[in-house]
Design a protein around this ligand. Structure first.
Ligand SMILES: Cc1ncc(COP(=O)(O)O)c(C=O)c1O
Length: 398
């Protein structure tokens, strides 16, 4: 009989894990997976040092809002820590239904389904509707959750150039007019901060009969009346068939949603493997999101402060001649063009007390290696002083 160690070394997958270059490099340079010892609003403590957090997606800055925290605590007391099961089996709770109704009303849709992660909602928003034989038209810069949804659907896929209605039309003209088509887009692109040119894309989509799925994880709270998102910003809410997104950005929680008309959401509840076989969102997460949604509507000053902060920050970057890839939103990349330059820049920001995240190819297109930053309504003038000094230092060191 072979020894335990001999058997272990004959496992090709174990060998692959041990020798994986990407994992070895990640551990050597350690740009990701840092551990923070504490956090209060935009300040985190890491290795005994206080830092300004400049990557979190807390756009409206409600994660420490007293009403949001109170709502989460109350839900824990009332409903316990978890439903410990999926809703078709264990049943929904009143707080699920209330959150879904509040979100549907806010997004101007008939119905909504929430899940325990934005990733689940975004991927199921495609996987449950497209099927083998259909074609998904995909903006080439989509988020990973949408690519996974496309793969899970077994539909075939055509990419079109980022935010380019002409390129979408070219792809559609080559397809069989009778085949079922789904257009997958984002309202605000998370890495680039670009706003989708919705009216032009929707004109093409309508002409070719595409079912339109839009991920607005980074548009909700940021754009539109009271933060209703990108479709509201352009006045085209009724032309988006399915709106998917996350509760973990402006809604200061964890979880995801899919919103659409009643028939579409009922179809989703029947066919979405990702939510039928996954435990429901927890009571405290749902309660935090619902309260954040209410605060967003009651207290517009948070969004106003967010946009004022975006202007302050962009001015700092502009004065240093840094490339923000034309971002139009609080998700603001600083493009450095190579992984080496991005790494040095990221390290120097860290040294000066600013926490950011590096994003390198293939996560971004080649030559677009960047530092991803995001502005919050919670950033203070003192934060911006630290940010300005740190960016000036990092730019000089390049
Ligand atoms: C555009 C986009 N869609 C979906 C998701 C997934 O959301 P969550 O983090 O809530 O799972 C993210 C989060 O990174 C995102 O940026």
């Amino acid at each position: 009989m072979k020894s335990f160690f001999a058997r272990k070394s004959q496992k090709p997958i174990l060998e692959r894990c041990r020798k994986d270059q990407a994992s070895l490099m990640r551990q050597k340079y350690a740009p990701w997976y840092h551990s923070m010892d504490s956090q209060h609003k935009t300040r985190v403590e890491m290795n005994g040092k206080e830092m300004v957090m400049l990557t979190s997606n807390d756009y409206i800055g409600l994660t420490f809002h007293p009403k949001v925290i109170e709502a989460g605590k109350k839900a824990l007391d009332e409903w316990g820590s978890s439903t410990t099961g999926a809703r078709p089996a264990n049943g929904s709770r009143r707080y699920h239904i209330e959150l879904e109704e509040a979100l549907a009303a806010f997004l101007n849709k008939e119905a909504c389904q929430v899940s325990s992660a934005g990733y689940i909602s975004c991927s199921t928003g495609i996987a449950s509707f497209a099927q083998r034989g259909d074609v998904v038209l995909a903006d080439k810069n989509l988020h990973s959750s949408l690519w996974d949804g496309i793969r899970l659907s077994h539909a075939s896929m055509e990419r079109f150039s980022h935010n380019n209605a002409g390129s979408l039309r070219t792809e559609l003209e080559l397809l069989d007019p009778d085949v079922a088509k789904l257009l997958a887009i984002e309202g605000v692109f998370s890495m680039e901060g670009h706003i989708s040119p919705l009216p032009e894309l929707l004109d093409v989509a309508d002409e070719f009969g595409c079912f339109v799925v839009m991920d607005d994880a980074h548009g909700i709270g940021v754009l539109g009346e009271e933060g209703r998102g990108t479709a509201n910003h352009f006045g085209v809410e009724d032309r988006i068939d399915l709106l998917v997104g996350s509760l973990s950005k402006s809604l200061s929680s964890t979880g995801g949603f899919v919103a659409g008309d009643k028939d579409t959401i009922e179809y989703l509840r029947t066919h979405s493997k990702q939510t039928i076989f996954s435990a429901a969102i927890s009571p405290s997460q749902a309660a935090c999101a619902k309260m954040a949604l209410q605060v967003m509507q009651d207290e517009p000053e948070h969004r106003e402060r967010l946009w004022a902060n975006v202007e302050k920050y962009k001015k700092i970057l502009l004065e240093l001649n840094l490339d923000t890839w034309g971002s139009e939103t609080p998700a603001i990349p600083v493009v450095l063009g190579s992984k080496e330059r991005a790494y040095i820049f990221w390290q120097n920001l860290l040294k000066k007390g600013v926490f950011t995240v590096m994003s390198i190819a293939p996560g971004v297109p080649p030559g677009k290696d960047l530092i991803r930053t995001a502005i919050s309504a919670s950033h203070t003038d003192k934060d911006f002083e630290i940010i300005a000094e740190a960016f000036a230092y990092a730019a000089k060191k390049l």
